[in-house]
Design a protein around this ligand. Structure first.
Ligand SMILES: [Zn+2]
Length: 64
């Protein structure tokens, strides 16, 4: 499920929101503030089988 974790910058409330589109406006369920920040979810922190870097994506797009 496209669930994202957000934290409200107004009341520091952490909540999850189902976001289908990136342009979805997320409001804090407590203070109804739109001043929220999307948090990075820590999925699959460690793998069991071996430990090889699977990052084949070369060329980091530098912004600036
Ligand atoms: Zn809030």
């Amino acid at each position: 499920m496209p669930m994202f974790e957000y934290i409200c910058l107004e009341c520091d409330n952490k909540f999850e929101e189902l976001v289908m589109r990136s342009d979805t406006v997320v409001n804090c369920p407590l203070c109804k503030s739109a001043d929220v920040k999307k948090m990075v979810s820590a999925f699959s922190s460690s793998s069991t089988s071996g430990g090889s870097n699977d990052s084949s994506s070369c060329g980091k797009s530098s912004f600036g």
